[in-house]
Structure formats: C-alpha cells, structure tokens
Design a protein. Structure first.
Length: 166
C-alpha cells in the first residue's frame, strides 16, 4: 500500500518506550492530528484493564493502539505488546483509507511489538475467559513466539505489571 506521507510525532515513540521499558503505561491510543499530517498520542493509561482499553476505542473513528498484555504460560506470567489497527465498519471511508495507508509509518517505528490485531468491530477485539475468540491463532502465536508456553496455554490479562518481558 502506498504511504500517505503522515509522520509519527516523537511523543508517540517516547510514550511507547515508557510502556515497553518503564511499564509506565498499560496502553497507548494513537490518532491522526486534526490536520491529518501526524500520528499523535491521544490517550494513555497506567492501570487500565483490557475492557477499559477497549472501551476507549471509538465506535466510528479509526485508531492505532498498543496494549501490554499479561498472560500466564507454563513458565509463569509473561507480557507481550500487542499493536491494534482499529478501523471500525462505521468509520468514514476516507478516514479508513488514510489510516490504512499510514499504518506502516507507526508500526515500523514501534520496535518490540510481538503481534498485531486488526479490528473492524468490537467482537473482533473481544477478550473472553482468557482468550481472544476471533484471534485464537494470535494468542497461540503470542505464546509460541519465544515464551516457551504451549499453544494450548491461555492468555491471561491481569491488572498487574509484574510479569517477565520476553
């Protein structure tokens, strides 16, 4: 896909480093600036549950986001950083196209992302009883990707931040 020319604001990278290294944030939501020239931080939270994070995704506007997912594996608590490309069905077509063509700019600048989840409605990013029903393969990937857990292990989201980082 052709690049849109949208730039990633330096605060996006700084806040991501705070999530990744400093555990300062549980999630970060990014949006386009009002003039559509930059990707900027629109919201952060240090102690939000996964449900609180999903509640911050607007039903009619696109967003990018990262969430620090904590889960249990055979070896104990683990963390994986998930990138979300949120493009709801009810968003305007022009906005969807701009977000789709700008995604690589932010995705490539955020080093340390373990997986990506694309959602067009809330059921696609649902988290139920330790699983992402529409992304079971992604949870399996999270567990298989270097953590030593088995694909049958369940991803667990908790409010704590004391897990090991792979």
């Amino acid at each position: 896909m052709q690049s849109s020319g949208v730039k990633v604001h330096t605060d996006c990278l700084e806040q991501f480093q705070s999530l990744k290294l400093g555990k300062k944030h549980k999630f970060i939501i990014y949006s386009l600036s009002s003039d559509n020239t930059q990707i900027v931080v629109s919201k952060t939270s240090a102690s939000a549950s996964y449900d609180d994070f999903v509640a911050e995704l607007p039903p009619t506007d696109c967003r990018y986001a990262v969430y620090d997912l904590e889960y249990d594996s055979d070896e104990g608590k683990r963390n994986k950083i998930c990138f979300f490309a949120w493009s709801p069905d009810d968003a305007k077509i022009k906005q969807k196209m701009l977000y789709a063509s700008s995604k690589d700019a932010i995705r490539k600048s955020l080093t340390g992302i373990q997986t990506e989840i694309q959602g067009t409605d809330f059921s696609e990013v649902a988290y139920d009883a330790g699983e992402f029903p529409h992304h079971e393969r992604i949870v399996g990937f999270l567990i298989d990707a270097g953590s030593g857990g088995s694909p049958s292990s369940r991803a667990q989201r908790t409010g704590g931040s004391g897990g090991n980082r792979d």
